[in-house]
Design a protein around this ligand. Structure first.
Ligand SMILES: NC(=O)c1ccc[n+]([C@@H]2O[C@H](COP(=O)([O-])OP(=O)(O)OC[C@H]3O[C@@H](n4cnc5c(N)ncnc54)[C@H](OP(=O)(O)O)[C@@H]3O)[C@@H](O)[C@H]2O)c1
Length: 240
């Protein structure tokens, strides 16, 4: 059955790869980002929008949810603002919370009533391995951990309505976001690579595969979960 999915941060990286996989399976995908994608083929519709602009995004979410029967959402847009604790700028902290968390709440609020009414829905939140704790990620790791918490709360709220909520926590994936915050030759990049048992970064397509499992018809009984897709990075570090 062809369904309709909305993806934030869809112009490149993990969001784009997820759109491509959904479109290849015959689904309709609406993408949002500040700039149009270099490859627009996966999208039925693409909205260019700065999602950090609260006044601009609210009417867009309302218009999309009013016009379309949205079946699934990938809350994927994010920003990092790396800094040692002593250097954390609280205005940047607010920006990280706004883009990673408020956008996810607002978009999900817009689409979930329709999903509940139709008795089918899928929310997938892009968390991160940084939820385990990483230096210089006070703001970002807090936000990504909160997305796991959102997932668990929403799973319980939505379960009676056939709507699932799950999270995917990628390890390092060599996208623009990762390369900008961990430039080649940087200590943080080396630290990330050294911590990956598979000895390589992941690909956006490998994260997209996990997202699309949670979006699938077959995943109807899976909710409240966080799947680490990280080349083994999170394994062997904490008690079961
Ligand atoms: N890469 C990793 O290692 C990794 C690991 C764990 C989690 N993640 C998470 O995965 C998600 C996707 O990141 P990615 O690695 O795929 O990065 P990416 O390739 O840089 O993609 C980020 C996407 O977000 C869009 N975007 C950024 N700021 C935006 C804004 N203000 N308004 C609208 N769109 C905006 C970008 O498009 P425009 O620039 O055109 O706006 C782009 O489509 C993020 O939440 C990130 O935290 C990534």
């Amino acid at each position: 059955m062809a369904r309709t999915f909305v993806i934030t941060g869809a112009s490149k990286g993990i969001g784009h790869a997820t759109a491509a996989r959904l479109a290849a399976a015959g689904h309709r995908v609406v993408g949002l980002a500040r700039t149009p994608p270099a490859d627009a083929t996966p999208f039925a519709e693409f909205v260019t929008l700065d999602l950090s602009d609260g006044a601009a995004r609210t009417p867009v979410f309302a218009e999309l949810s009013g016009r379309l029967e949205v079946d699934g959402v990938l809350n994927n847009v994010g920003v990092v603002h790396p800094a040692a604790l002593e250097d954390v700028d609280l205005a940047d902290f607010d920006r990280v919370v706004d883009l990673n968390l408020r956008v996810a709440i607002e978009l999900t609020q817009a689409v979930v009533p329709g999903m509940k009414g139709r008795g089918w829905g899928r929310i997938v939140n892009t968390s991160s391995l940084v939820a385990a704790g990483v230096p210089h990620r006070t703001s970002y790791a807090a936000a990504k951990t909160a997305l796991i918490s959102f997932t668990r709360s929403w799973a319980l709220e939505f379960a009676p309505f056939g709507v699932t909520a799950n999270a995917v926590a990628p390890g390092p994936v060599a996208t623009e976001l990762f390369n900008t915050n961990n430039p080649p030759g940087s200590d943080s990049r080396q630290r990330y690579i050294d911590g990956i048992p598979m000895g390589r970064t992941g690909t956006p397509e490998e994260i997209a595969a996990a997202n699309c499992f949670f979006f699938s018809e077959e995943a109807a009984f899976v909710t409240g979960q966080c799947l680490y897709v990280d080349g083994g990075s999170s394994t062997g570090r904490a008690p079961v």
